[in-house]
Design a binder for this molecule. Structure first.
Ligand SMILES: Nc1ncnc2c1ncn2[C@@H]1O[C@H](COP(=O)(O)OP(=O)(O)O)[C@@H](O)[C@H]1O
Ligand SMILES: [Mg+2]
Length: 244
């Protein structure tokens, strides 16, 4: 690969989102700027109600901004028809929700196969491969209700990846899991990012985990503020002398 910087995959320019409510206009996103390139891992933290899910909905083409542009591979999603948007969502953008959103009447296998059928590209070989990668091939005939939260989230990750999206948007993917399962989902996301080169945008309440990564932002008062790099523990941090 060349040393040139990758072209942006998904970008937001001066994105604003307001909701009209009976008590007046709520300004949730004031001016969001963001560029996600191929293979990047980007983290967004922020208080509950700060607009994280709203931002992911806009980036994923599930909703439209009040103002500003959202480009997918240079094409303005805000000007696309519903049909064009649905195509981009189905083929190029994966989405992982906090509460999994699996279809309860379908098996693990069928839940993961379904997006390939919707995209008109059924691929049973890849469904098998992706289920193996999330270590659930042996549970393929089970229904979501027969799985633990961590296992259901692994199915949701497999489903988000099955159409080889360029970018995967994850809305608090570990928010409903215990520490062990949360760590295993994050390890899986890192592994898939390394193997497949997919970009991930991960919304998390886990500020410490997010701050270990280079590209971390905090959503605050409607704008994305670059986060500070995490310093592990003062006693194990190198002294300025060691760094120099
Ligand atoms: N459709 C809607 N209509 C009105 N207000 C909304 C709507 N969706 C979200 N909100 C409000 O926008 C704010 C941000 O919500 P959300 O994006 O879900 O925050 P977060 O994911 O950071 O917790 C909240 O105050 C929420 O109540
Ligand atoms: Mg949310």
């Amino acid at each position: 690969m060349s040393n040139l910087v990758e072209a942006p995959l998904l970008s937001a320019f001066d994105v604003k989102k307001e909701y009209d409510t009976p008590v007046g206009v709520l300004e949730i996103l004031r001016s969001v700027q963001l560029i996600i390139r191929k293979g990047e891992m980007v983290f967004v933290t922020g208080k509950s109600g700060s607009g994280k899910s709203t931002l992911l909905h806009l980036l994923g083409g599930l909703d439209r901004p009040s103002q500003g542009k959202i480009l997918f591979e240079g094409k303005d999603m805000t000007e696309m028809s519903e049909k064009e948007l649905a195509k981009i969502r189905s083929r190029h953008i994966g989405y992982v929700f906090q509460f999994y959103h699996l279809l309860p009447e379908l098996t693990v296998y069928e839940n993961v196969l379904l997006p390939t059928l919707i995209a008109g590209k059924p691929n049973k070989i890849w469904v098998k491969e992706v289920l193996k990668r999330v270590r659930l091939w042996n549970r393929r005939t089970h229904f979501p209700s027969e799985l633990s939260g961590g296992e259901q989230q692994r199915v949701a990750v497999a489903r988000a990846l099955v159409n080889h999206p360029a970018v995967v948007l994850c809305d608090e993917p570990t928010g409903n899991l215990d520490a062990e399962n949360a760590a295993s989902i994050m390890a899986l996301i890192h592994e898939l990012n390394a193997q497949e080169g997919q970009a991930f945008l991960i919304v998390t309440h886990d500020e410490e985990m997010a701050s270990r990564h280079e590209r971390t932002y905090r959503l605050h008062e409607g704008v994305l503020v670059p986060g500070q790099r995490f310093t592990p523990h003062p006693e194990v941090s190198p002294s300025p002398k060691q760094i120099l």
